[in-house]
Unconditional design. Structure first.
Length: 341
């Protein structure tokens, strides 16, 4: 028998039990030891196609999962399923899951009753916090896996970073076609009342990340603080270049000055950034490469437009974002038709 623990992420602090009967402890203590999912067989036997998809998705190249000869060379009878797939063999489709919520269905009656009580008490949100497995044997192709779930405990009400809630711990026992235990899983969920904006502590907005300013680009940021968008220009061949640099890539001259841009251009390319999030930005964040009418391009943000409205080639005009007293940055907004005419 082997044992596997996932990382834990409850973030729990101490909490107090509510005194009213509706949310009293006794109702929840009554569920300890109660079966909430009766023994039921998974929809499919252990099979190679599902193992192949799982191994590919997880990037697991262990040959015992797909190569019968390699599996036998290790003393196994043939291909075995990854242990982490145990739960997958008992998962059913959406329609079957929804059917369990219908009154009169015997499947999951205890789960429906517990869920109704939790929702009545306002614990409408859920997040998984722990999964701990004990594996008794490996599953082989052709095994039929069944599962039964029993409530181990339901915690008193606790305050967490997500909101006030209860930790529901259940034990899932997985058996094969002969009724032998193949794995046991201790599964913990947090059912909670999500915090409302009025109760959340609002942190001050984070500062915009600072640009890396050096002797070659300091002039550009100094001009930006004055709300002037400038482009470095070679004094030898008049070629414009951005980002700034010490030497002209065309003629090799180290002499340069700066030309002021018109502030007009078009979207050359763009992406919509969702993750990872930085607290200084609003999301979804549109990051674009804008080609100025002068011919140079710069990376910037688009404002005043929804992500689904952005198009390649869309005309844009300059605006200024004053991030703080020491930092102003160019951003661009779409140009209305009347502004183009």
């Amino acid at each position: 028998m082997t044992r596997a623990d996932t990382s834990r992420a409850s973030g729990t602090t101490t909490g107090r039990e509510r005194p009213d009967g509706e949310r009293g402890t006794q109702h929840y203590e009554d569920f300890a030891g109660r079966e909430i999912v009766p023994l039921r067989e998974g929809p499919d036997p252990v099979n190679v196609p599902m193992i192949r998809h799982w191994a590919e998705a997880m990037g697991d190249r262990n040959p015992v999962y797909l190569d019968a000869a390699a599996a036998r060379a290790t003393g196994r009878p043939g291909i075995v399923a990854p242990a982490s797939m145990t739960q997958a063999w008992t998962m059913r489709g959406y329609a079957a899951t929804v059917a369990d919520t219908v009154e009169g269905s015997n499947a999951g009656a205890g789960a429906r009753e517990l869920n109704a009580l939790l929702e009545k008490d306002g614990y409408t949100s859920v997040v998984a916090t722990d999964s701990e497995f004990e594996f008794h044997r490996e599953l082989v192709v052709g095994d039929r896996v069944s599962v039964r779930e029993v409530v181990e405990s339901i915690s008193p009400e606790k305050a967490t970073a997500l909101g006030v809630g209860r930790f529901v711990t259940t034990v899932r026992t997985y058996t094969d076609q002969d009724g032998e235990v193949v794995a046991v899983q201790r599964w913990r969920l947090l059912r909670f009342r999500p915090k409302t904006p009025s109760t959340e502590k609002r942190e001050p907005k984070a500062s915009r990340p600072r640009p890396a300013i050096n002797r070659d680009n300091a002039f550009w940021f100094e001009a930006a603080r004055e709300h002037r968008l400038v482009i470095q220009r070679c004094s030898g061949c008049a070629t414009l270049r951005h980002p700034p640099g010490p030497c002209c890539p065309h003629c090799g001259s180290f002499e340069w000055d700066a030309a002021e841009a018109s502030g007009r251009g078009h979207v050359y390319s763009f992406v919509v950034n969702h993750h990872p999030r930085h607290p200084a930005f609003e999301y979804p964040l549109i990051v674009a490469v804008v080609e100025l009418d002068e011919g140079t391009r710069l990376i910037t943000n688009l404002v005043g437009v929804a992500p689904e409205e952005v198009e390649i080639g869309m005309p844009v005009a300059l605006e200024w974002l004053d991030a703080d007293p020491d930092l102003a940055l160019p951003v661009f907004r779409p140009v209305a038709q009347e502004e183009q005419d």
